[in-house]
Design a binder for this molecule. Structure first.
Ligand SMILES: Nc1ncnc2c1ncn2[C@@H]1O[C@H](COP(=O)(O)OP(=O)(O)OP(=O)(O)O)[C@@H](O)[C@H]1O
Length: 347
């Protein structure tokens, strides 16, 4: 950054130039009286100089609310399906943390893998022309399923020219990390992930899943320590997301909801995202994936019916779309005769 970029009186800039400080940042390493002595400026001139330099050097990422206000959250990462993109007004917001929660087998990992491929397309096809980093905390990375999804890209993405799909080395741009405990996660998020983001190798961060580590490492009585760690973890995610303009997707499990009288056991069919309010307050968008009582038929194939719902988001209505997991990926049920719902309780 050059001195001319600072909003300062040209007389002050001329004086500071004579001293030959290497950079604007260096001016902040010299005390006020020393700057006065070196430049011959008055105390108030030096104060103006220091505050202009500090403002210019401060890299405070704007909050999601500010980004939304400025319309900078407009950039989205497509999910790779028009029906689901329509629900999300284009896909995942690029600045902020999105949580995808749901019961086991709901299809969360399937959607996350699909996003790892979608991010690799150019912007005109809803991608960010970059790779993804996928942090596994619990299970091993589903490499076979990823390869199957790569082979299915031509069916999933009829909007993309075939030669563009076949030229992409999709699997070379998905960086897999394993973090078995909070210490390993911290190392990963503070060293390797920022490096991948800074070098523009990736522009999507997936954590699968957040609940696993925070559930296993803390006893119920450690709730205060757990909340502190959760807030510090989410702060790291927000900073990475906003500094590198990168969507962050956190997968989370759900827990059964118990009625007021615990002896009656869990309320049938009622679940709530794991990790409670301390975590819920840290995410910008919460999506929920559920398995419904029904199936979707397509030709001679059928699949269990699912539903992707917006639980909360600053820019989205609470709404949902029915979906299914196919060999080529997760697709919303689109009302055309391609998919027939044979039995369901929610439409
Ligand atoms: N090749 C495939 N073709 C069709 N459906 C598939 C295929 N592979 C997986 N599925 C569906 O995806 C489901 C698993 O989804 P996924 O692994 O995303 O669940 P999840 O929500 O991440 O669960 P968990 O929290 O246990 O990891 C399977 O039960 C199956 O219905």
């Amino acid at each position: 950054m050059d001195w001319d970029q600072l909003e300062l009186n040209p007389r002050i800039i001329a004086s500071v130039r004579r001293v030959k400080l290497k950079s604007v940042r260096e001016a902040l390493c010299v005390s006020g009286p020393d700057l006065q002595r070196l430049t011959g400026l008055s105390r108030s001139d030096v104060q103006q100089l220091q505050s202009a330099a500090a403002t210019a050097c401060r890299r405070r990422p704007p909050t999601p609310a500010v980004l939304l206000q400025r319309g900078e959250c407009g950039l989205r990462l497509s999910v790779g399906c028009p029906v689901l993109d329509e629900l999300l007004r284009g896909g995942l917001p690029v600045g902020g943390v999105t949580e995808l929660c749901g019961e086991s087998g709901a299809g969360k990992t399937q959607l996350a893998l699909q996003l790892c491929l979608s991010v690799q397309y150019p912007a005109q096809y809803g991608g960010l022309d970059s790779g993804a980093v996928y942090i596994c905390t619990e299970d091993s990375f589903p490499i076979r399923r990823l390869q199957q999804l790569i082979l299915g890209q031509s069916s999933l993405r009829p909007d993309v020219p075939l030669d563009l799909i076949s030229r992409r080395g999709f699997s070379d741009h998905v960086y897999v990390e394993h973090a078995a405990d909070l210490g390993a996660l911290q190392v990963c998020l503070s060293r390797r992930v920022p490096l991948l983001l800074a070098r523009r190798h990736v522009r999507l961060l997936v954590v699968d899943s957040v609940a696993a580590l925070f559930r296993s490492e803390f006893l119920a009585s450690d709730w205060l320590e757990r909340s502190k760690q959760l807030i510090s973890f989410s702060h790291t995610l927000h900073t990475l997301s906003l500094e590198f303009n990168t969507p962050v997707l956190c997968i989370n499990q759900v827990t059964d909801v118990f009625g007021s009288d615990d002896s009656l056991g869990p309320v049938s069919g009622a679940v709530s995202p794991a990790l409670g309010l301390a975590w819920a307050n840290q995410v910008m968008v919460r999506l929920m994936m559920r398995r419904l009582q029904g199936t979707v038929a397509r030709g001679d194939q059928s699949s269990a019916l699912r539903r992707l719902e917006v639980a909360f988001a600053p820019h989205l209505a609470r709404d949902g779309r029915n979906a299914a997991v196919w060999r080529e990926g997760v697709l919303g049920v689109d009302g055309s005769d391609r998919c027939v719902i044979t039995q369901t309780d929610v439409l």
